[in-house]
Design a protein around this ligand. Structure first.
Ligand SMILES: *Cc1c(COP(=O)(O)O)cnc(C)c1O
Length: 367
């Protein structure tokens, strides 16, 4: 087998090695049943055990109250951009959105198809380099919910504390679910595509307060109604069995390491190392403002785009892969989710220091 590289990819992203190894064995022979994981019926007791376990572990780790449903859906996080307003805003209801990046913007565009949407804050003019303080926006009192993206994967910004409003919160936590404690009772709905912090692509977790299921209009497609999936335990149709299986294993891994508080400490420690290098001089420039810095994605620039290209290719040559920034902002980005190990972060920090020393930026004379 090839040596594993440090995978800084933003999603799909690094998974714990022990989860991959267990999955590899179960793909061929699931729990000594003589049937492979990819072949097993979703109606089998074995798979029912997997989905029950995944739900129970998520409830335990996130302390999800009993009056919330946990759903395992398909269509990616992007399908939640329309499912949320389609289900919650029927009859001309309103909602307030915070525009803090590409994923928020896409969600706003979809929401406008279904309701009256107020965008109360936007950092687009500052290239989405920060998230707002509570004092910077007002939530329309007629709004059903306040929608925000808790971690802006592309720009490397994160709500360090959640919006302080009495309005029900709805959040896209695709890139930081399970990275820190969340008081779920403040939220009407939380969703997350699994491929950043929870497992592989193919399954999206939705945590929804039960009373909201009564709002789902009858006249929308069955598959797009939260109520359908809530009533059938996410088994109205064939769920993405293998993806749910891996999520279960990742949740077990988090639990074995000590749970969400331990993840939070690890993530703070890891991101502090990279930000430490950025702050140690003026060679690297962090994209996010200090108060908005993400513990999950560190987006940064070098003095020139030529140096950035050289940095990315030399890093890849020594096994530090996936450091290219998103095409919308360029530069570099290190995605260091839960499963990304401290050792890889230390390697990156050492490489950044060496690269800066070996490749001094030519001074551009002042005009
Ligand atoms: C990756 C990502 C998405 C898109 O997820 P898909 O599963 O590809 O639709 C949405 N929101 C956030 C915050 C993301 O990081």
């Amino acid at each position: 087998m090839s040596e594993r590289v440090c995978n800084f990819g933003p999603g799909p992203a690094a998974l714990p090695l022990e989860v991959l190894e267990q999955t590899a064995a179960d793909i061929v022979d699931f729990q000594n049943s003589g049937i492979g994981l990819l072949e097993i019926s979703h109606r089998s007791p074995e798979f029912q055990g997997v989905i029950n376990s995944a739900e129970a572990l998520l409830r335990e780790l996130m302390q999800i109250p009993d009056n919330y449903k946990v759903l395992f859906l398909q269509g990616g996080a992007s399908s939640q951009f329309f499912m949320v307003p389609m289900n919650l805003l029927s009859g001309g209801r309103k909602a307030t959105y915070l525009n803090t990046g590409t994923w928020a913007k896409k969600a706003i565009a979809e929401a406008r198809l279904f309701g009256a949407i107020d965008v109360a804050f936007s950092s687009e003019a500052e290239r989405f380099n920060r998230v707002p303080a509570d004092s910077e926006y007002a939530v329309d009192p007629d709004s059903e919910y306040l929608y925000f993206v808790s971690n802006n994967t592309i720009y490397g910004t994160q709500f360090r504390s959640f919006p302080g409003t009495d309005t029900m919160l709805v959040s896209d936590m695709s890139s930081d679910i399970l990275s820190r404690p969340v008081d779920v009772s403040r939220f009407g709905l939380i969703f997350a595509g699994a491929q950043k912090n929870l497992g592989p692509a193919g399954v999206t977790v939705v945590i929804i307060r039960e009373d909201l299921l009564d709002r789902c209009p009858d006249a929308i497609p069955t598959m797009l109604k939260y109520r359908t999936h809530a009533d059938k335990g996410s088994m109205f149709n064939t769920p993405p069995c293998a993806a749910v299986y891996v999520v279960d294993k990742v949740l077990q891994w988090v639990k074995n390491l000590g749970g969400i508080e331990v993840m939070q400490k690890r993530n703070e420690e890891k991101s502090a190392i990279v930000y430490g290098v950025i702050d140690s001089g003026d060679y690297y420039r962090g994209h996010a403002e200090h108060g908005s810095r993400s513990h999950m994605n560190v987006s940064f620039n070098l003095p020139t785009s030529e140096l950035e290209a050289k940095f990315i290719s030399e890093a890849a040559a020594i096994g530090l892969k996936g450091l290219k920034g998103h095409r919308s902002i360029g530069g570099c980005r290190a995605s260091i989710y839960n499963a990304f190990e401290l050792e890889g972060v230390n390697k990156l920090a050492a490489f950044m220091e060496r690269f800066a020393a070996d490749n001094p930026a030519r001074r551009i004379p002042a005009v």
